[in-house]
Design a protein around this ligand. Structure first.
Ligand SMILES: Nc1ncnc2c1ncn2[C@@H]1O[C@H](COP(=O)(O)OP(=O)(O)O)[C@@H](O)[C@H]1O
Ligand SMILES: N[C@@H](CCC(=O)OP(=O)(O)O)C(=O)O
Length: 265
Protein backbone atom coordinates (compact mmCIF):
# COMPACT_ATOMS: atom_id res chain seq x y z
CA UNK A 1 0.00 0.00 0.00
CA UNK A 2 1.19 3.53 -0.63
CA UNK A 3 0.75 6.59 1.56
CA UNK A 4 -2.45 7.81 -0.11
CA UNK A 5 -4.13 4.43 0.16
CA UNK A 6 -3.11 4.12 3.82
CA UNK A 7 -4.58 7.56 4.54
CA UNK A 8 -7.86 6.67 2.89
CA UNK A 9 -8.24 3.20 4.36
CA UNK A 10 -7.23 4.00 7.94
CA UNK A 11 -10.16 4.50 10.27
CA UNK A 12 -8.47 4.77 13.67
CA UNK A 13 -5.79 7.43 13.49
CA UNK A 14 -3.41 8.70 16.18
CA UNK A 15 -2.03 12.15 15.35
CA UNK A 16 0.93 13.50 17.30
CA UNK A 17 1.71 17.22 17.23
CA UNK A 18 5.19 18.34 18.22
CA UNK A 19 6.20 21.38 20.26
CA UNK A 20 7.58 23.41 17.35
CA UNK A 21 4.46 22.81 15.32
CA UNK A 22 1.93 24.17 17.78
CA UNK A 23 3.90 26.94 19.49
CA UNK A 24 4.46 30.44 18.17
CA UNK A 25 7.94 31.98 18.05
CA UNK A 26 7.63 33.06 21.72
CA UNK A 27 6.55 29.64 22.92
CA UNK A 28 2.87 30.47 23.42
CA UNK A 29 0.28 27.98 22.20
CA UNK A 30 -0.57 28.98 18.63
CA UNK A 31 -4.35 29.35 18.84
CA UNK A 32 -4.81 29.93 15.14
CA UNK A 33 -2.99 26.66 14.50
CA UNK A 34 -5.22 24.75 16.91
CA UNK A 35 -8.30 26.21 15.31
CA UNK A 36 -7.15 24.88 11.92
CA UNK A 37 -6.35 21.53 13.51
CA UNK A 38 -9.85 21.35 15.01
CA UNK A 39 -11.31 22.05 11.57
CA UNK A 40 -9.33 19.18 10.07
CA UNK A 41 -10.19 16.74 12.86
CA UNK A 42 -13.86 17.63 12.42
CA UNK A 43 -13.55 16.89 8.69
CA UNK A 44 -11.94 13.53 9.48
CA UNK A 45 -14.80 12.73 11.85
CA UNK A 46 -17.32 13.61 9.15
CA UNK A 47 -15.56 11.08 6.91
CA UNK A 48 -16.02 8.34 9.50
CA UNK A 49 -12.53 8.43 10.99
CA UNK A 50 -11.73 8.26 14.68
CA UNK A 51 -8.92 10.40 16.05
CA UNK A 52 -6.74 10.41 19.13
CA UNK A 53 -4.41 13.39 19.48
CA UNK A 54 -1.05 13.22 21.24
CA UNK A 55 0.06 16.75 21.98
CA UNK A 56 3.40 18.13 23.14
CA UNK A 57 3.90 21.76 24.04
CA UNK A 58 3.25 21.88 27.80
CA UNK A 59 6.80 22.81 28.81
CA UNK A 60 7.23 25.62 26.32
CA UNK A 61 3.75 26.96 27.08
CA UNK A 62 4.82 27.01 30.74
CA UNK A 63 7.94 28.97 29.86
CA UNK A 64 5.94 31.48 27.83
CA UNK A 65 3.23 31.88 30.47
CA UNK A 66 5.56 32.23 33.42
CA UNK A 67 8.19 34.27 31.60
CA UNK A 68 11.07 32.54 33.38
CA UNK A 69 12.93 29.24 33.89
CA UNK A 70 13.40 28.76 30.14
CA UNK A 71 16.98 27.60 30.61
CA UNK A 72 16.54 25.62 33.81
CA UNK A 73 17.81 22.11 33.23
CA UNK A 74 16.82 20.59 36.59
CA UNK A 75 14.03 18.10 36.10
CA UNK A 76 11.79 19.54 38.84
CA UNK A 77 11.74 22.92 37.05
CA UNK A 78 10.82 21.21 33.79
CA UNK A 79 8.08 19.33 35.61
CA UNK A 80 6.78 22.53 37.18
CA UNK A 81 6.77 24.25 33.77
CA UNK A 82 4.79 21.36 32.28
CA UNK A 83 2.27 21.58 35.13
CA UNK A 84 1.71 25.26 34.29
CA UNK A 85 1.78 24.87 30.52
CA UNK A 86 -0.50 21.84 30.39
CA UNK A 87 -3.36 24.03 31.66
CA UNK A 88 -2.71 26.60 28.92
CA UNK A 89 -2.50 23.85 26.34
CA UNK A 90 -5.78 22.21 27.26
CA UNK A 91 -7.55 25.54 27.57
CA UNK A 92 -6.49 26.37 24.02
CA UNK A 93 -7.56 22.94 22.72
CA UNK A 94 -10.90 23.16 24.51
CA UNK A 95 -11.71 26.52 22.93
CA UNK A 96 -10.57 25.45 19.46
CA UNK A 97 -12.65 22.25 19.43
CA UNK A 98 -15.65 23.93 21.05
CA UNK A 99 -16.06 25.89 17.79
CA UNK A 100 -16.94 22.58 16.13
CA UNK A 101 -19.03 21.29 19.03
CA UNK A 102 -16.40 18.66 19.82
CA UNK A 103 -15.66 17.98 23.48
CA UNK A 104 -12.09 17.04 24.38
CA UNK A 105 -10.73 14.84 27.18
CA UNK A 106 -7.25 14.96 28.67
CA UNK A 107 -5.27 11.77 29.26
CA UNK A 108 -1.84 12.00 30.87
CA UNK A 109 0.36 8.89 30.76
CA UNK A 110 3.61 7.81 32.30
CA UNK A 111 5.66 5.13 30.59
CA UNK A 112 4.98 2.84 33.56
CA UNK A 113 1.29 2.83 32.69
CA UNK A 114 2.03 0.79 29.59
CA UNK A 115 3.78 -2.03 31.43
CA UNK A 116 0.96 -2.70 33.88
CA UNK A 117 -1.83 -4.83 32.41
CA UNK A 118 -4.43 -3.52 34.88
CA UNK A 119 -3.64 0.09 33.98
CA UNK A 120 -3.62 -0.76 30.26
CA UNK A 121 -7.12 -2.18 30.60
CA UNK A 122 -8.31 0.99 32.33
CA UNK A 123 -6.64 3.27 29.79
CA UNK A 124 -8.19 1.32 26.93
CA UNK A 125 -11.63 1.51 28.53
CA UNK A 126 -11.30 5.27 28.98
CA UNK A 127 -10.05 5.78 25.43
CA UNK A 128 -12.79 3.65 23.89
CA UNK A 129 -15.48 5.36 25.98
CA UNK A 130 -14.31 8.85 25.01
CA UNK A 131 -14.15 7.97 21.33
CA UNK A 132 -17.47 6.11 21.29
CA UNK A 133 -19.06 9.22 22.80
CA UNK A 134 -17.58 11.55 20.18
CA UNK A 135 -14.94 13.07 22.43
CA UNK A 136 -11.41 13.70 21.13
CA UNK A 137 -8.87 12.35 23.62
CA UNK A 138 -5.77 14.52 23.93
CA UNK A 139 -2.80 12.62 25.29
CA UNK A 140 0.43 13.95 26.79
CA UNK A 141 3.05 12.56 29.09
CA UNK A 142 2.22 13.09 32.75
CA UNK A 143 5.35 15.19 33.00
CA UNK A 144 4.93 16.27 36.60
CA UNK A 145 4.75 12.61 37.68
CA UNK A 146 7.31 11.07 35.33
CA UNK A 147 10.79 10.81 36.79
CA UNK A 148 14.09 11.47 35.08
CA UNK A 149 14.88 7.83 34.33
CA UNK A 150 11.57 7.53 32.51
CA UNK A 151 12.55 10.63 30.49
CA UNK A 152 10.44 13.69 30.04
CA UNK A 153 9.94 14.71 26.47
CA UNK A 154 9.41 11.78 24.25
CA UNK A 155 5.94 12.10 22.91
CA UNK A 156 6.89 10.32 19.69
CA UNK A 157 7.31 7.10 21.67
CA UNK A 158 4.23 7.93 23.72
CA UNK A 159 2.24 8.32 20.50
CA UNK A 160 3.55 4.95 19.30
CA UNK A 161 2.53 3.27 22.56
CA UNK A 162 -0.88 4.92 22.32
CA UNK A 163 -1.34 3.74 18.72
CA UNK A 164 -0.48 0.18 19.73
CA UNK A 165 -2.70 0.24 22.81
CA UNK A 166 -5.67 1.52 20.82
CA UNK A 167 -5.00 -0.87 17.88
CA UNK A 168 -4.82 2.14 15.60
CA UNK A 169 -4.67 1.75 11.82
CA UNK A 170 -2.20 4.58 11.43
CA UNK A 171 0.12 6.86 13.39
CA UNK A 172 0.77 10.33 11.97
CA UNK A 173 3.57 12.41 13.46
CA UNK A 174 3.19 16.10 12.64
CA UNK A 175 6.51 17.85 12.96
CA UNK A 176 8.13 21.00 11.58
CA UNK A 177 9.56 19.05 8.67
CA UNK A 178 7.89 17.23 5.78
CA UNK A 179 9.53 13.89 6.47
CA UNK A 180 12.89 12.23 6.81
CA UNK A 181 15.86 13.15 4.63
CA UNK A 182 19.18 11.37 4.18
CA UNK A 183 20.60 14.07 6.52
CA UNK A 184 19.18 17.02 8.44
CA UNK A 185 17.97 19.51 5.76
CA UNK A 186 18.19 22.33 8.31
CA UNK A 187 21.95 21.82 8.27
CA UNK A 188 22.54 20.51 4.75
CA UNK A 189 20.99 22.15 1.70
CA UNK A 190 21.65 19.08 -0.46
CA UNK A 191 19.70 16.70 1.81
CA UNK A 192 17.55 14.24 -0.15
CA UNK A 193 13.94 13.50 0.82
CA UNK A 194 12.97 9.88 1.53
CA UNK A 195 9.39 9.12 0.58
CA UNK A 196 8.99 5.48 1.57
CA UNK A 197 10.77 3.45 4.24
CA UNK A 198 10.09 -0.24 3.81
CA UNK A 199 12.30 -1.43 6.63
CA UNK A 200 12.87 1.10 9.38
CA UNK A 201 15.33 -1.25 11.06
CA UNK A 202 17.82 -0.39 8.32
CA UNK A 203 17.13 3.34 8.17
CA UNK A 204 20.57 4.22 9.54
CA UNK A 205 22.08 2.82 6.33
CA UNK A 206 20.35 5.47 4.24
CA UNK A 207 19.87 8.42 6.60
CA UNK A 208 21.74 10.32 9.27
CA UNK A 209 19.40 10.64 12.22
CA UNK A 210 19.93 14.08 13.75
CA UNK A 211 18.83 16.12 16.75
CA UNK A 212 15.85 18.38 17.36
CA UNK A 213 14.97 21.87 16.15
CA UNK A 214 14.66 24.95 18.40
CA UNK A 215 11.94 23.98 20.92
CA UNK A 216 11.73 20.26 20.08
CA UNK A 217 13.25 17.52 22.17
CA UNK A 218 13.54 14.14 20.49
CA UNK A 219 14.64 15.12 16.99
CA UNK A 220 14.59 12.39 14.36
CA UNK A 221 15.82 9.74 16.84
CA UNK A 222 12.52 9.42 18.68
CA UNK A 223 10.54 9.48 15.42
CA UNK A 224 12.52 6.50 14.18
CA UNK A 225 11.96 4.78 17.52
CA UNK A 226 8.23 5.40 17.16
CA UNK A 227 8.23 3.97 13.63
CA UNK A 228 10.08 0.86 14.81
CA UNK A 229 7.58 0.38 17.60
CA UNK A 230 4.40 0.71 15.54
CA UNK A 231 5.74 -1.03 12.42
CA UNK A 232 6.62 -4.04 14.58
CA UNK A 233 2.93 -4.26 15.44
CA UNK A 234 1.78 -3.88 11.83
CA UNK A 235 0.85 -0.19 12.09
CA UNK A 236 2.18 2.19 9.42
CA UNK A 237 3.52 5.63 10.36
CA UNK A 238 3.49 8.86 8.37
CA UNK A 239 5.85 11.72 9.22
CA UNK A 240 4.54 14.98 7.78
CA UNK A 241 4.91 18.72 8.08
CA UNK A 242 2.30 19.93 10.54
CA UNK A 243 3.08 23.54 9.68
CA UNK A 244 1.63 23.21 6.19
CA UNK A 245 -1.90 24.50 5.72
CA UNK A 246 -4.52 21.72 5.83
CA UNK A 247 -1.83 19.05 5.91
CA UNK A 248 -4.03 16.23 7.19
CA UNK A 249 -6.80 16.76 4.65
CA UNK A 250 -4.28 17.28 1.87
CA UNK A 251 -2.58 14.02 2.80
CA UNK A 252 -5.96 12.36 2.63
CA UNK A 253 -6.45 13.72 -0.87
CA UNK A 254 -2.93 12.76 -1.94
CA UNK A 255 -1.89 16.38 -2.39
CA UNK A 256 1.09 16.52 -0.02
CA UNK A 257 4.33 14.70 0.30
CA UNK A 258 5.37 12.99 3.54
CA UNK A 259 7.53 10.05 4.57
CA UNK A 260 5.73 6.78 5.11
CA UNK A 261 7.19 4.01 7.27
CA UNK A 262 5.64 0.69 6.26
CA UNK A 263 5.36 -2.40 8.44
CA UNK A 264 6.84 -5.55 6.94
CA UNK A 265 4.16 -7.89 5.68
N1 LIG B 1 17.56 13.10 8.75
C1 LIG B 1 16.72 14.07 9.17
N2 LIG B 1 15.63 14.36 8.40
C2 LIG B 1 14.75 15.31 8.79
N3 LIG B 1 14.88 16.06 9.94
C3 LIG B 1 15.95 15.83 10.74
C4 LIG B 1 16.90 14.81 10.39
N4 LIG B 1 17.83 14.79 11.37
C5 LIG B 1 17.48 15.71 12.27
N5 LIG B 1 16.36 16.36 11.93
C6 LIG B 1 15.73 17.42 12.73
O1 LIG B 1 14.63 16.90 13.47
C7 LIG B 1 13.70 17.97 13.66
C8 LIG B 1 12.36 17.43 14.11
O2 LIG B 1 12.46 17.00 15.47
P1 LIG B 1 11.85 17.86 16.69
O3 LIG B 1 12.38 19.27 16.61
O4 LIG B 1 12.07 17.09 17.95
O5 LIG B 1 10.33 17.89 16.26
P2 LIG B 1 8.98 17.85 17.09
O6 LIG B 1 8.97 19.06 17.99
O7 LIG B 1 7.97 17.92 15.99
O8 LIG B 1 8.94 16.54 17.84
C9 LIG B 1 13.71 18.66 12.32
O9 LIG B 1 13.25 19.99 12.39
C10 LIG B 1 15.19 18.59 11.90
O10 LIG B 1 15.87 19.77 12.32
N1 LIG C 1 5.58 16.31 27.27
C1 LIG C 1 6.46 17.46 27.05
C2 LIG C 1 7.51 17.25 25.94
C3 LIG C 1 7.02 16.45 24.79
C4 LIG C 1 7.95 16.17 23.60
O1 LIG C 1 8.24 15.01 23.29
O2 LIG C 1 8.21 17.21 22.81
P1 LIG C 1 8.33 17.07 21.19
O3 LIG C 1 9.69 16.47 20.87
O4 LIG C 1 8.18 18.45 20.67
O5 LIG C 1 7.23 16.18 20.74
C5 LIG C 1 5.62 18.71 26.78
O6 LIG C 1 4.40 18.63 26.61
O7 LIG C 1 6.22 19.77 26.73
Amino acid sequence: MDKDEIMQKSRKIVIKIGTNTLSDENGFVNKEYLSKLAYQVNELKKRGKQVVLVSSGARIAGVATLGKWALKEEVHYKQALCAIGQVELMDAYRKAFFEYGIPIGQILFTKDDFSDSYRILNIRNTLFTLIDEGVIPIVNENDSVSVEEIKIGDNDTLAAYTAHLWNADLLILLSDIDGIYNKNPKEYKDAVFIEKIEDVNHIEKIAEIGDAGSFGTGGMHTKIQAAKLVNKHGIPMILANGEKENIILNLLEGKERASVFLPKI
